[in-house]
Design a protein around this ligand. Structure first.
Ligand SMILES: Cc1cc2nc3c(=O)[nH]c(=O)nc-3n(C[C@H](O)[C@H](O)[C@H](O)COP(=O)(O)OP(=O)(O)OC[C@H]3O[C@@H](n4cnc5c(N)ncnc54)[C@H](O)[C@@H]3O)c2cc1C
Length: 380
């Protein structure tokens, strides 16, 4: 950084939080510098082009919201397509629609009306409640059985959840599953939100649009000595990196769960006919297979490109050096986070924002809402 330069904001991280904040600030006439340690902008939204297909390198991302302001905002940057998430579950070679709806129940039991499906679920729930003999469910398995009964649990929940958590359902706490919504309509749309889609041309266009007119430096780690002395160059710091790293892990490390991706090119135009297939049995070690072209091409257009790219997803215990994806909300980590937040509250002119700095799972739309809220507070 040149010493004569003075930015209003140094923004650490070019993910959706940093990029949205930078966009709002730059649009208001503020001078911003965005730095990111990765070679690319966009954080976990970044897509890599493989065989002409946008590959969601850090996990499949589907934008969904009921907030019209957020939907209009992202569409003012780049138009979104009509992608609707309707995942399919594969259990030992048989396919079931998700989320649990009349199509699923027809496949499971041959029922054709909501009344028949309701009766089947009620009968199986009753069975599970009776088996508990008047006591409360003690673990996730008992909890799920009392909510939806044995067939849905055994075929669509049990082994998938065990792969996700690396532990048996009977050893997982009951509170992980509070509700298991069942839909008595033929509707495979996974999200209940009013709006959903994928940016036409991919997420990189959204990030590039947000960061247009803002100075950005990739391959630049905040923890290099010159950036640590950020007060020389910027009035304020917006930090979207990990909160424990900011404080040199002085109180200990926060835990994460992560996902490993195995991505390959297939020499066929259409591998699984859907963007998302969940594998709900232990027969396959992976939890999901993503076929990326289905996020952006529909109908006959799927066949224009003779190749396709698929990614297997493996839920994995986090170790340093891996990508931290999901915070672990147990007492140890909640307590540690509180201590780091107390330290953060003492830092002057630093805004801790985003999933890493707040140690909180944020979907994309809530990330934008949070950026709007934080920037709004700057103007007060
Ligand atoms: C596997 C997965 C799937 C998801 N799928 C969906 C979905 O389908 N729909 C949805 O709405 N949301 C989804 N999300 C959530 C979405 O990814 C987040 O909402 C979004 O990434 C939050 O943006 P962020 O800027 O807070 O974090 P990030 O995207 O993680 O960005 C943080 C950035 O900070 C940079 N950084 C960190 N430390 C430093 C440092 N020391 N110096 C410089 N730079 C640094 C990082 O390199 C990174 O680029 C998913 C998340 C995951 C993990």
């Amino acid at each position: 950084m040149k010493s004569e330069e003075k930015y209003d904001y140094l923004i650490v991280g070019s993910g959706l939080m940093g990029a949205t904040f930078a966009h709002l600030a730059t649009r208001s006439g503020k001078r911003c510098l965005v730095i990111d340690k990765r070679p690319n902008l966009g954080g976990n939204l970044y897509c890599e082009q493989v065989e002409g297909i946008n590959v969601h390198k850090y996990g499949a991302h589907i934008f969904h919201t009921s907030n019209k302001e957020v939907w209009d905002f992202v569409n003012s940057i780049v138009e979104f397509n009509r992608y609707t998430n309707s995942p399919v579950a594969n259990y030992k070679g048989k396919l079931y629609n998700l989320p649990f709806n009349m199509n699923t129940f027809n496949r499971l039991w041959g029922v054709t009306t909501p009344a028949e499906a309701e009766a089947k679920i009620a009968e199986q729930r009753e069975e599970a409640i009776e088996a508990l003999g008047g006591r409360e469910p003690q673990n996730l398995e008992e909890q799920a059985l009392t909510l939806v009964g044995k067939d849905i649990f055994n075929i669509l929940i049990k082994e998938y959840t065990e792969k996700q958590w690396g532990r048996k359902c009977s050893e997982l706490p009951a509170f992980i599953i509070k509700r298991l919504p069942v839909r008595m309509v033929f509707d495979n749309n996974y999200f209940n939100d009013r709006y959903q889609g994928i940016p036409i041309g991919g997420y990189n266009r959204l990030i590039d649009g947000l960061l247009q007119g803002t100075e950005c430096r990739t391959g630049t780690d905040f923890f290099q000595p010159q950036y640590r002395e950020w007060r020389k160059y910027a009035r304020k710091l917006v930090y979207t990196g990990a909160i424990d790293e900011y404080f040199d892990y002085s109180l200990g490390q926060l835990d994460w769960r992560t996902v490993m991706f195995k991505t390959r090119v297939e020499n066929i135009p259409n591998y699984q006919g859907n963007a998302v297939v969940n594998y709900t049995s232990h027969q396959e070690p992976y939890t999901r297979v993503i076929e990326h072209k289905h996020f952006e091409t529909f109908g006959a257009d799927v066949y224009v490109n003779p190749k396709t790219v698929v990614s297997e997803e493996y839920s994995t215990e986090y170790k340093p050096g891996m990508e931290p994806y999901y915070p672990v909300n147990d007492p140890r980590n909640s307590g540690l986070l509180q201590k780091y937040m107390d330290l953060a509250a003492q830092e002057e002119n630093v805004v801790f924002a985003g999933r890493l700095a707040e140690y909180k799972y944020y979907d994309m739309a809530p990330t934008i809402e949070r950026a709007m809220q934080l920037f709004g507070m700057e103007k007060e």
